[in-house]
Design a binder for this molecule. Structure first.
Ligand code: PFF
Length: 452
């Protein structure tokens, strides 16, 4: 029942789609506040190491499984290890991206609101000092964030309905370079603000006394989140990658872009936080409280300039968030249409609706449901921790164990080296990382999470 699969049209399209999935709210919204919670420069060092030594090999494991099988996550395991329980492991990695999408869309909705606030001059009509307070007011309102979450989810569904090359590919290509230019410009500007250098020191001078086991586990979780790993997104996208593409190049390209975006976003946000007199440990609200404040300062006396910069910023962050969100939904849609015979349209609508419903609960957890806790966390925080600290590393573990221990070395080599024509020398090192280093690293993190 397998129909002919769609393909990404070119190497640029492959990298743009993978970078599109990787670069998103995780870089611009999540990375700055997580590093603010865990103490700055030392966290960044661990994060870079985790991205290259643990996350990148898992990226390759997913790419190898996806392209070899040309299937969704569940079907991939079924095809490559027929008659074994591996396919059930594949199923785990279909549930987690749906959970991530549920709360991701809520944050996407916050960006929608901030875009409207920018365009309606709400930020320029008040003194800069009042801007950080807008956020708490907005997210605790019961219906407004649900409305914007709905708008964001509707956009995701609309794009995924368009399919791989018409929907996903067309969308990712122009959005990424624009976002990059803008975030660099904001970083440069933020460094000129009085008080900003304290933020730079915070980012470059490591304080290893704050580097707890907990912080290391969070760094790995962030690396997974940021590179979209362990949830089958990279696997599913790789199933649309042509046989002659070089997997090594798409992996390194994605990892480097993702790291760069995260680091530059940190240099845009953290110095601004210090300049605004706020705390870097301010949590999920950090970006939404500080950047509009900075935009206001940028255009002091020139409200049009503030409005323009702010609007362009929120448009591009929305584009980045959408290109990540569509890759999450695509995992479930590929599963339902490849394995369960759903029409693409029905699968998209059904899953979009389910994720939206869970997202509503997440959104309400900042307002009317704020008193409701699961294991001491709000619904939103619980889902975020569950996904990034547990489900994504678990998915990553499943994929590396599968490639390192279940698939034959010859098959893995064949896929990674395009039949022995590229990356042959590097193969041994990558294989070693996939087989030993990544699984052990993830297990250590699990134990740490359990005992902390
Ligand atoms: N990597 C995305 C980001 O940094 O915003 C988040 C993400 C995308 C997570 C796709 C999971 C996923 F499947």
């Amino acid at each position: 029942m397998q129909q002919k699969r769609e393909h990404f049209g070119s190497r640029f399209a492959v990298i743009a789609a993978m970078v599109g999935s990787a670069v998103g709210l995780g870089n611009i919204w999540r990375f700055p506040y997580i590093l603010g919670e865990y103490g700055g420069a030392a966290f960044i060092l661990v994060y870079i190491a985790a991205s290259l030594i643990l996350a990148l090999p898992i990226f390759y494991a997913e790419s190898i499984i996806g392209r070899r099988s040309r299937s969704d996550t569940f079907g991939a395991m079924r095809k490559l290890a027929p008659g074994t329980p591996w396919r059930w492991a594949g199923l785990v990695t279909i549930v987690s991206p749906m959970l991530v999408l549920s709360y991701y869309s809520v944050v996407g909705g916050w960006s929608v609101e901030y875009l409207f606030k920018s365009l309606s001059f709400s930020f320029t009509d008040v003194p800069a000092e009042e801007i950080p307070g807008f956020f708490g007011h907005f997210i605790s309102s019961p219906w407004q964030p649900i409305l914007t979450h709905t708008a964001f989810m509707a956009a995701v569904v609309f794009i995924v309905l368009g399919g791989v090359s018409k929907g996903i590919e067309k969308f990712s290509k122009p959005a990424m370079p624009a976002l990059f230019i803008l975030i660099v410009a904001i970083a440069v500007y933020s460094l000129t603000l009085p008080g900003a250098w304290a933020g730079v020191t915070y980012l470059v001078k490591p304080d290893f006394s704050r580097l707890t086991a907990d912080a290391c586990a969070a760094a790995l979780g962030q690396a997974f989140f940021s590179m979209s790993l362990g949830v089958g997104a990279i696997l599913t996208y790789s199933s649309y990658v042509k046989r002659e593409e070089n997997l090594m190049v798409s992996g390194v390209g994605t990892a480097v872009c993702d790291l760069l975006f995260a680091l530059i976003a940190a240099f845009a946000v953290i110095p601004s936080v210090f300049a605004a007199g706020l705390q870097p440990s301010g949590g999920p609200s950090l970006v939404f409280e500080t950047l509009p404040y900075i935009f206001h300062r940028m255009g002091e006396g020139l409200p049009l300039v503030s409005t323009l910069v702010s609007a362009v910023f929120f448009i591009t962050i929305l584009a980045a968030a959408l290109s990540s969100a569509i890759s999450m939904l695509e995992v479930g849609v590929a599963f339902l249409s490849d394995e369960r015979g759903f029409k693409r349209r029905n699968a998209t609508l059904l899953l979009g609706f389910l994720c939206w419903a869970v997202g509503v609960l997440c959104s309400l957890s900042f307002g009317p449901l704020s008193g409701f806790h699961i294991l001491g966390n709000s619904i939103f925080d619980f889902l975020d921790h569950l996904c990034s600290d547990w489900l994504m590393p678990l998915g990553g573990l499943i994929f590396t164990l599968f490639v390192g221990w279940k698939m034959s070395r010859a098959d893995v080599r064949d896929e990674f080296t395009n039949g022995g024509t590229v990356n042959v020398k590097l193969f041994n090192a990558v294989y070693f990382l996939m087989r030993f280093v990544a699984p052990v690293g993830i297990l250590v993190v699990f134990v740490t999470n359990l005992v902390m």
